[in-house]
Write a protein that binds this ligand. Structure first.
Ligand SMILES: [Zn+2]
Length: 138
């Protein structure tokens, strides 16, 4: 019969799935704070917090000085699997050009900025929760 396609049976579907090569799911780029309190970046580098709850001006100064900026929109430290936003040098330049971030306090009190460093010259500005900064954090 033309024009009619038979639905695959469950067994056939199972065979197709089993015989297809396994393609690894893309690993989402995220960050997390591990059990030791280190901030681990997507490259696996561990950063220690060097300053907690810094001012927007201090965050701006760090970014202007070459720090990478990362935004945790949730605030749980990454355990829930929420994707963190890692901004590249070009994006950080646009954040710096837009001026200091705005930290909006909410009832949860999670919202803050902090500075992290890995002992190898890599500095991070971590923006948590309700931080607005340029066009990228909103
Ligand atoms: Zn979370």
């Amino acid at each position: 019969m033309r024009g009619r396609r038979r639905e695959a049976t469950f067994a056939e579907t199972l065979d197709a799935v089993r015989s297809s090569p396994r393609t690894p799911a893309p690993e989402p780029v995220r960050g997390r704070i591990d059990a030791s309190g280190h901030l681990v970046d997507p490259d696996g580098r561990e950063h220690r917090r060097t300053a907690h709850d810094v001012s927007p001006a201090a965050a701006l100064a760090a970014a202007a000085g070459g720090a990478r900026v990362v935004w945790d929109p949730c605030g749980c430290g990454g355990s829930c699997g929420t994707t963190w936003f890692w901004f590249d040098a070009e994006e950080v330049a646009s954040l710096v050009a837009s001026g200091a971030p705005r930290v909006r306090r909410r009832a949860t009190r999670l919202t803050h900025l902090s500075i992290w460093a890995d002992g190898d010259g890599h500095v991070l500005v971590l923006a948590v929760d309700d931080v607005r900064w340029g066009d990228l954090l909103a």
